[in-house]
Design a protein around this ligand. Sequence first.
Ligand code: B3K
Ligand code: ZN
Length: 898
Amino acid sequence: MRTDTPKTILLKDYQPPKYKVADVHLDIRIFAGKTLVTATTRFTKNHDGAEPLVLNGERLKLVSVAINGAATTNYTVDDKTLTIPHPGNEFTTVIETEICPEENTALEGLYMSGGNYCTQCEAEGFRTITYFPDRPDVMTIFTTRVEGDKKTCPVLLSNGNLIEDGDCGDGRHYAIWHDPFPKPCYLFALVAGDLVHIRDSFTTMSGRIVDLRIYVRAGDENQCDWAMESLKRSMEWDEKTYGREYQLDRFNIVAVSDFNMGAMENTSLNIFNTALVLARPETATDMDFERVEGVIAHEYFHNWTGNRVTCRDWFQLSLKEGLTVFRDQEFTADMNSRGVKRIDDVVRLRNMQFPEDAGPMAHPIRPDNYIEINNFYTLTVYEKGAEVIRMQHTLLGDDKYRKATDLYFDRYDGMAVTCDDFLQCMQDSSGVDLSQFKLWYSQAGTPEVTAEGHYDAAAKTYHLTLSQTVPPTPGQPDKKPMHIPVMVGLVGPNGHDLDVTPPPSVIPAKAGIHTNQTMDSGLRRNDEKGVSYLLELKDSKQTFTFKNVAVKPVPSILRGFSAPVKLHTNLSDDDYRFLMVHDSDGFNRWESGQILALRMMGRMIDTVESGGAAVTDPAFIDSYGLMLDQANASNADRALMARALSLPDLAIIAQQRKIVDPDTIFTVRRRVLHDLAARYRDQIQAIYDSCNTPTTYSNDAESAGRRALKNVCLRLLMNGPNPPVSLARQQYESANNMTDRVAALSVLAETDGADRDAVFADFFKRFEQYPLVIDKWFSLQASAPIPSTLDRIATLKDHPAFSLLNPNRVRSLFAAFAMNNPVCFHAKDGRGYDILTNAIIALNTKNPQIAARLLGPLREWRRYTPDRQAKMKAALERILAQENLSPDVFEIVSKTLK
Ligand code: B3K
Ligand code: ZN
């Protein structure tokens, strides 16, 4: 048990820095076993009094301090800071420190991965490299000299442009990098090691040529082309969509195997997890390809949203992350299928962010307190943050939104600003009043919206009453009503959207949400023949009246998921069956099918819980048949149909329950899959066959859609009577790409028998040299919802290929198990909890960030059946009782138990 309580940092305590930095010169000399850092920093006073200079520094060996050229001992130092009493108005410090990257297992600051040196400074890693004001509102110009051994470190990289390199004798060499644009130290980066690179170039809109390079370990260079193409597409998209041009001569990406998250946007030297760079069809799935493209774009987009305009303090994290996620989502939508991307993003939000927003760690997208900032790189700050930007885009429309972002970049380039500053630009340039909208930044919790429609045949009017509540969350018992954009369409009996007279107050004069829309006196027509209206819900209850509605419509509400809320309606199952087929909004067509499935499974779970036997509703089975017909049509959007034919995930079904029993949920979902597969076996097989065209591999969207649909069919068949194990085995053997191979492997993972063992043994042998593929091998086994998984994990964690020091491997085993496999994780005897708890305890001192991440699945302990609750609580208490508990783990466990 920790005897102290780590300090809580509060937003309201923010104070501007006492000293600013004019520039800094770093001299970093790398030797095996020790690295010497000399920081020469020019400070200027930024206050009126005579305050001391307080620098952050942790895990550093201080060698010497000099001020204005003279060595001094006039300072105090503790384990977190170095303090120099009022040094003057302008002065230069030279501070020498020694660090040991070889021993750094937390993977924060300067550390080693696969024999190479690399850095991760966001959020507060720079303070483990040298003493410095480690806060994002201190922006300065960095010049970095890196020196290392020529043999072990032939490549020496840092931010900015290369201005000099050369030999220093003794088998050593150096490189000097200069970044002329001021940045906070969290964007500092250094890489030194033995790497190869691929190279390309991009000509910017003003005609400058940028040298693009991707550095990887030797042997991986043939897996980088997709990342390079994605980078060029991102650069072009940002010029076209946001008018943003890249400013430096070089843009480097370095891929490393040991990385706590996906990637990092250090100015001109992005450092990536190999998982988000390397992609070839034989080793990466279609989903991996899309993720690589999306994350390359995300980090590149940070160049403007994050780097050139950065955050004043870490409470403002969503300023850069929410905005950059929205940008990367839109990029992916433009590069691929907009409708499918929206579905995938909403599924992710619901699966992972909604529970966070309903649990003990719920926080607004701009939190107001934290113990460890690394714990706030959350689904809420990122994904909900992106939804909040998306709503602003919806409220302003394309043109005004673009003008507002132009103003934002113009006003704040080179500065560290707040979420309020961003909102102010949105308001100033558009004239749209966002004062109430601001609540999205400060109120946590997912709003619940209820919609009730009523048609008055005599008056030919349609009344839609929308009401909202925002649930209490920790520290926020009472909430105010939010400003919620609700996109609505009225679908007539012939399946076409009605073109009616909308309520006068409803629609901002010139708005537009979808890119391919034309405006007609406030109506939005999307490219699929639809007519939508934007209702702005601002009160706790409001009625919107449409006139000249000739026939009784079915309302299609929250089209495109226009706000991150939970929607309840009084629509009948028949209404949803109608929308599932006719809605002009692709998202709501998909959504209607999901709602039907959820409603039915909810009823089945009720039945089981009251001792009855669950039966799949014949009406649901019939409507599923309609979707199969659509999927079988020659012009089907197969990627979309793959989503439509998939039942809601276990996590989403669980959210509908007051008390969660994972076994019942799993059994009911299985039952439905079984009955669907039994009834439609031949149709499903036919779709499988028609998608299984054995041509040469292509990664275009149409081919990827075919693979997605085919693999949904395979999974359905495997859940039916007489599962076609040999078909799965054959698909595994004959696959010419990882998507098909892994899909077959994942269904076989859920069987017990010789075929399963054979394919897993083969897969390991075949891909032993590809760590990212071996991650799949671990995670598929850990995710299999079969009883033998629990024993298997015990063996896997002692497998020679497993290591607690590699975050990808840890995630592939423990996170896959605890997050993707609720049935085994929540095994009644508590073994699942023990497995996770032991891993967290082992990681707590080695890598606190990863340990804290693994706590996610335990956070919702209060929602489970009483026996499970008790065991989960005991697991959390066992963690809390550990000595040397890191602030990361302490914060989550203590808040979760509160
Ligand atoms: N900004 C980084 C995340 C840093 C996480 C620090 N614990 C990656 C990104 O969002 O692009
Ligand atoms: Zn980001």
